[in-house]
Design a protein around this ligand. Structure first.
Ligand code: 13P
Length: 249
């Protein structure tokens, strides 16, 4: 099945109004390559509104949401608020949140469901630690994570994507060999088809972890890699646009 690639940037805790020019540069490239590749940028919550206003039609996203629709949750942000600010998608289950905020699969699933309920698209992250890979348990751990954090309803090929991000590859410059990426993506594809049937064949499977212009083409050529979730190299148009172009090629 042919799936158009999706390249999403995750700015993490980087970016202020001084960086809105980078958002414009990235959105401009996305417009130029419209129809060849889908592009999205998940900025800090404080920038969503200004970023979205500055680049109409371009997909600005959030990096996390609260699982409840509203309520007494000091400091948290719900899906409707993100939608209202101009977000069109959100990441859920990033390993930095699973780790630092103790988010388990049940929480991640509830967050994905809350996002889909409010009309936000979802990028759901999964990935193993280096200890789990060394123990030969990567496939087992990551497919179990996907099964347990997959929304119980509402996920389609249009509104839902999965990002495989090995924790040991994030921000380290280390990337799995292409054989390991292919093996993991095949296992995740099988899990998606088992859970979602036909629809699971169309869900995009992104790779994330130290993706750069220099390795993007090789990663995008791997079977069942339908795009990338990019951290550090998404912070500037100069670094990110060549990755987007590699996906469009
Ligand atoms: P880096 O691209 O900086 O390794 O980060 C990957 C990531 O965590 C994207 O969500």
């Amino acid at each position: 099945m042919s799936r158009r690639k999706l390249v999403a940037g995750n700015w993490k805790m980087h970016g202020t109004s001084a960086d809105l020019g980078e958002v414009r540069g990235i959105a401009e490239a996305a417009r130029r390559l419209d129809g060849q590749v889908d592009v999205a940028l998940c900025v800090p919550a404080t920038l969503i509104h200004r970023a979205a206003e500055g680049v109409p039609g371009f997909a600005i996203g959030a990096q996390d949401i609260h699982m409840a629709d509203k309520g007494a949750h000091t400091g948290d942000i719900c899906a409707a608020m993100l939608h209202d600010a101009g977000a069109r998608l959100t990441i859920v289950g990033h390993s930095e949140r699973r780790d630092a905020h103790r988010e388990d699969d049940t929480t991640v699933r509830a967050k994905a469901e809350a996002a889909l309920r409010s009309g936000l698209k979802v990028i759901l992250c999964v990935g193993e630690s280096d200890a789990e890979r060394d123990a030969g348990r990567a496939l087992e751990v990551v497919t179990a994570q996907l099964r347990a954090s997959l929304p119980s309803e509402g996920a389609t090929a249009v509104n839902f994507a999965v990002a495989y991000e090995p924790i040991w590859a994030i921000g380290t410059g280390k990337v799995p060999v292409t054989h390991d990426i292919a093996e993991m993506h095949a296992a995740l594809r099988a899990t998606l088809v088992e859970a979602l049937g036909e629809e699971g064949a169309g869900v995009r499977l992104l790779y994330g972890g130290s993706v750069k212009a220099s390795n993007a083409a090789e990663i995008f050529a791997v079977e069942d890699v339908d795009g990338a979730l990019v951290g550090g190299a998404s912070l500037t148009a100069a670094d990110f646009v060549p990755i987007v172009e590699a996906a469009a090629a």
